[in-house]
Design a protein around this ligand. Structure first.
Ligand code: SF4
Length: 199
């Protein structure tokens, strides 16, 4: 019986995706990690679109992230916006140009090609296994989950498209609950239901 997740498989997958990404981004003068920051900000909620949250998500130093954000801002891919309540907080908003670039790059051609040759429920099963692997890895190592708001234990569905964040006590919209959050804590009963539905 295998007792460890095969790291070599994961490293090979990451290497293939990174190589493809480097190739696609070269004509835009961007590095994969700069694009990762841009993509993260395009799906992060209002509590998570700050330079500090990007630092946490990428696991990089503040200095490196600051350089990354400068490059993205200079290229017109994102803009800084001061928080309306606390002027010391800066939000990072992805521009139209940035969103257009993301749509152009993702999903990568190698992922599309692989998806085209999958049969039956293979894609659903692979996505489910990858989600489980990510969650277990984060849980076992006390990493932040950066999950989607809809699956957070602090999220209360008030009905009619209204939600409430139990942590901040602020209302959330249908659009908000699709975004990811640095304060996310997985609602494990939702995960169990999703697994049961796949069986
Ligand atoms: S409900 Fe959870 S994921 Fe959603 S905003 Fe609140 S803390 Fe973040």
């Amino acid at each position: 019986m295998e007792t460890l997740i095969e790291q070599q498989l994961l490293e090979r997958l990451v290497a293939l995706l990174r190589s493809e990404s480097r190739h696609l981004l070269s004509e835009h003068g961007l590095q994969p990690v700069q694009f990762e920051a841009l993509h993260y900000l395009s799906i992060a909620n209002r509590y998570s679109d700050t330079p500090m949250a990007v630092t946490e998500f990428l696991g990089q130093t503040k200095g490196t992230v600051s350089q990354t954000l400068k490059v993205l801002e200079k290229k017109g891919l994102l803009k800084k916006i001061a928080d309306v309540k606390d002027k010391r907080v800066t939000h990072l908003e992805v521009s139209q140009k940035g969103r257009k670039l993301i749509d152009q790059i993702l999903p990568s051609p190698i992922i599309r090609a692989a998806s085209d040759v999958m049969i039956g429920d293979e894609i659903t099963e692979i996505n489910s296994s990858l989600r489980t692997l990510l969650y277990k890895l984060q849980q076992a190592n006390n990493f932040k989950s950066f999950g989607q708001c809809a699956s957070c234990s602090h999220n209360t569905n008030k009905g009619s498209g209204d939600f409430l964040c139990g942590l901040t006590k602020e209302p959330l919209t249908t659009k908000d609950v699709e975004l990811i959050c640095r304060e996310h804590e997985l609602n494990t009963s939702l995960q169990a239901n999703a697994k049961a539905a796949l069986k």
